[in-house]
Structure formats: structure tokens, C-alpha cells
Ligand binder design. Sequence first.
Ligand code: C5P
Length: 227
Amino acid sequence: MKFALVPAAGSGSRMGTSIPKQYAMLCGEPMIRHSIETLCGFSAISRVYVVLAENDVRWKEYDWSAFGDRLVALNCGGKTRLNSVMNGLRAMDAGDDDWVLVHDAARPCIDHESLQRLIEGTENEAIGGILALPVADTLKREDGKGRIAETVPRAKLWQAQTPQMFRKGRLLDALSKAPADQTDEAGAMEALGYSPRLILGDPGNFKVTYPGDMMLAEMILKGRMGK
Ligand code: C5P
């Protein structure tokens, strides 16, 4: 079986807003609802688990009944994203061999075509895979004083996105051996010597991080609704 796990226990401090960014309003809905709608509406995924902060007060302000038992909220967020994902993996009702697609609540523009590519490209892999994009821009490394130290060749460089799809047992094992500031699941698998598959993502599936990102996400979502 395949499940989605959505870590949504962050504070979103880089957004500069008083409410955590997963609850920032986007096209009339809290940001997290867009990912939940897409994931719950994708039939290959049996259930969607959302990991909330222990002191979350906003989830209950909204009506989630439309998703029925396909959506389960867990109040077990941790100090870091890694802690939230690990707590969620431990709390969810899934076997060690079940696939888990870990998806950031902060990527509201995930689409069914990307999910389909991820699942088709990963389910026959021994380890798992992630959505990612080949880097398009020229990359510069800074010297620490605001000037360019060097140009980094972009050949073979990819930007990691989510979902990242791994079998639950192996993922939990890898995350439990990773440093607390590990920012993605694939990195923890790589540290154990595994090479997850790279699956072509979509530029629209970017992570809302800075205030200006909200407008871009709105444009993408409105463009889709207008189709
Ligand atoms: O802060 P950042 O954008 O990297 O967070 C990525 C995702 O991880 C967000 O969906 C955020 O809510 C989640 N997160 C979490 N628990 C934390 C920190 C972040 O679930 N302690």
C-alpha cells in the first residue's frame, strides 16, 4: 500500500508572518488544504497522514470532513522537520514494506501528473525515489563576504522536491541515524549508501518560503482552476 505523510508542524519563520505558513491563506483556503486535496484525490494513495505541532490550535478551525477517513491528523510534530517525519512514521498505521510519500505542506502546487510519474518511476525500485528538477540557472558559490568565490558547474545537479517516496521501515531506520537538521528523506538514505531514483518534477511544485512566493503559488493554482 501507499500512504502520504505531510509534515506540517513548522513555524514558517522565514515567511515573516505571525501564523505558521501552512495556514497562510492561499486562494481562499489554508495552504495545507491544497496539498491535502491533491493527495486525497489521488486514488493510488490509500490514506493521507498530516503531522501537526503538539500545540496546533488552527487545524480544528477548519472543516476536514470532506476527506472522510482518507485523512488522519496526528498531533505529534517535533522540533525539526526530521523529528516530525519520524514521529509521524511511528504513529501512522502502515507496515514496514508499505510505501510512504513524504510531502511538505509548504508545496501547495503538487499535481497528479507529478505524483503519477513518481509512483510509476519508483515502485519497482529497490530503495525509492524523489521528485526533482535539473538545475537551470548558473550557480555561484559565495565567498562569505557577498562576492562570488566560484561558479559551480550545474551539470548533473538537481533540485530536490517532495514527495519523496520510500518504504516505511527502511526510511525510519535511515532517519533515526540522520542528524537532527537533515532536511530531506533522500539525504538520510544517501548517508546509508543508497541511491534513490530521481524523477522529473514540475517547476510549479516549489516550496513556499519567502513572502513573495505566495503570489506565485496563487497564480499557479488559479491557472489550474481556470483550466
Ligand atoms: O521550514 P521548511 O519550509 O523547510 O519546512 C518544510 C516542511 O516541514 C513544512 O511543511 C513544515 O511545516 C514542516 N516542518 C515540520 N516540523 C518542523 C519543521 C518543519 O513538520 N519542526
